[in-house]
Design a protein around this ligand. Structure first.
Ligand SMILES: CCCCCCCC/C=C\CCCCCCCC(N)=O
Length: 537
């Protein structure tokens, strides 16, 4: 009798537990979603009257892809000098509103462009040279933490204000060897460690689709100026989403490549010795998908690119498609309906094409915040030391105190990074290895060499400035793939009802970059890709 009663009680408890375990998370997600909307509402009250319009570019040269510019220059249809000048004029026109470009070499770039034109006229380049110089005469930009000779190397740190680079980072050198002409340097968060381009040296960069909105980071200045047609193509770097976050916010393409192929010399205090183990990669940012493969070859060098199988033909109808709609974590904002709608239309397109797209559920994704924090610590760079320009080790509470009393050299985002590293519970190495491995092997077993995963880019479209402080973990949608070291292409999917860019991440197993890139091409042709800011205004 007593046994029966206890069985009944246990059954009741289990049923109650089952209901509660599905009701409680749904209730929390509901509260979280409306709290998130409320934050937008509050910020909107402050920002809505401050919005300024970045007018669309009127020069047809600026609408070309970098590949098309290079072809026209090679074939004598355009002069490099007029292409470079068109970009300089555009930067001068929009930079007051965007604050994207922080240093420039306009005169030197024009001089180099004239030399290119003269050499082409003289027939200096033979056929093979032309082929190797993929971007001959095309202007490019790069972010402020990628060292360029003669340009700013403050990395957003006050004690480094005014310092100039003495030699080019290897990726900049590679890009120049492809014939491209360096035009300017663009804004970043301090040391590139945040999802918003804002620092005490250069201030905040604005989004060309809405100047009151976050441009993303860390390659935020880069994406802002490319989206506004002030640069043809850019070099981004990505340790936690730095290529893809701003590419998403600004409606651009960006590719985070497979690991070990990026020469790291000259990337934020790196000397190149970490190439084989780091999560950092470099890659192209562009308005058009066709620039990604030549961009990768130019930035990484053709030899380094061989393992990425960039030229391998892909039959997208024969690939396997998977998707994950939402990160299972209350630290991250719930996905908004407009973002989800465009994500589902992508999945639906490939479901129709192949008859199948399978949803994946990986419980361990709930641990991404702790896993990624540990992975960042494993990088070996000491943020607390680097952020003071190696003068002393910053401690979060002292810096917070100084920040409140306006005597800190740190951005608020840097104080948050210190809190994340110094206060929050640390993962042990075994726990880290075990859980990272579980996620990795689950994905690898599905993706193999012929599978692609669609992953939401962000739960919201570009949010108002500084909201990243209240939604710091939203970037984990991107950082997850740095933790795993999987290649990802960020693909634009047109604009939302309020004129802000939408997009999706296309992921493959390592060294299958060609799969992401082929699917990105299909998405561009079906969903329209990049849409210029304010083209209707
Ligand atoms: C209560 C305080 C919570 C602090 C939360 C801070 C959460 C941020 C976590 C890690 C920050 C690292 C961001 C690194 C990536 C930025 C993009 C990049 N450079 O690829």
């Amino acid at each position: 009798m007593c046994h029966l009663r206890s069985v009944k009680r246990r059954r009741k408890q289990r049923a109650f537990g089952g209901i509660m375990s599905s009701i409680i998370p749904s209730m929390l997600a509901f509260i979280h979603l409306y709290f998130d909307y409320f934050l937008d509402f509050l910020y909107g009250l402050y920002y809505n009257s401050k919005k300024k319009i970045v007018s669309a570019s009127k020069d047809p040269i600026l609408e070309l892809s970098a590949t098309e510019m290079a072809r026209k220059i090679r074939e004598g249809e355009l002069k490099s000098e007029e292409v470079v000048l068109a970009h300089i004029n555009r930067i001068k026109e929009v930079n007051g509103l965007l604050n994207a470009v922080i240093d420039e070499r306009f005169d030197a770039a024009l001089e180099e462009a004239r030399r290119v034109d003269e050499n082409i006229a003289k027939g200096v380049y033979a056929g093979r040279d032309f082929k190797q110089k993929i971007f001959l005469g095309v202007p490019f930009t790069t972010k402020g933490t990628t060292v360029c000779k003669g340009l700013d190397v403050s990395f957003g740190l006050v004690p480094r204000k005014g310092m100039k680079g003495t030699e080019d980072a290897k990726v900049v050198e590679n890009m120049k060897n492809s014939g491209a002409i360096l035009l300017a340097l663009t804004n970043v968060p301090q040391l590139s460690i945040w999802s918003e381009a804002h620092n005490p040296v250069f201030g905040i960069t604005n989004n060309p689709y809405d100047t009151t909105r976050n441009v993303g980071g860390s390659s935020g200045g880069e994406c802002s100026i490319i989206a506004a047609c002030g640069s043809a193509i850019g070099i981004g770097t990505d340790i936690g989403g730095s290529i893809r976050i701003p590419a998403y916010m600004c409606g651009l393409f960006g590719h985070k490549c497979s690991p070990t192929v990026t020469p790291t010399k000259g990337l934020t205090f790196r000397n190149g010795s970490e190439q084989d183990r780091t999560m950092v990669v470099a890659g192209p940012i562009s308005r058009y998908c066709e620039d990604l493969i030549p961009g990768l070859k130019a930035i990484l060098g053709a030899d380094a690119c061989r393992s990425l199988q960039l030229d391998k033909k892909v039959d997208i109808a024969k690939l396997k498609y998977y998707f994950i709609e939402e990160m299972p974590s209350l630290l991250i904002s719930p996905v908004r309906s407009d973002v989800m709608k465009s994500f589902r239309s992508v999945v639906e397109h490939f479901r129709k094409m192949t008859g199948k797209a399978q949803e994946l559920e990986i419980e361990e994704l709930a641990y991404t915040a702790r896993l990624y924090t540990k992975a960042l610590a494993n990088e070996g760079n000491d943020f607390s030391y680097d952020v003071t320009n190696k003068k002393y080790r910053a401690v979060w509470y002292r810096e917070l105190f100084k920040y409140i009393f306006r005597c800190s050299n740190l951005s608020f985002s840097s104080v948050m990074v210190l809190i994340n590293a110094q206060v929050l519970r640390k993962a042990t190495s075994e726990w880290f290895e075990e859980n990272t491995e579980k996620i990795k092997s689950e994905l690898l077993s599905k993706l193999g060499n012929d599978g692609v995963l669609f992953f939401v880019s962000q739960p919201t479209t570009a949010h108002y400035h500084h909201l990243s402080y209240l939604r710091p973990y939203n970037l984990l949608y991107f950082s997850l793939f740095n933790l795993l070291k999987f290649p990802v292409t960020q693909v634009p999917l047109g604009l939302s009802h309020d004129g802000l860019p939408l997009g999706v991440q296309v992921v493959s197993a390592p060294f299958n970059d060609h799969l992401c890139l082929a699917v990105a091409q299909e998405l561009e042709s079906v969903f329209g890709g990049y849409v210029p800011p304010n083209s209707q205004a």
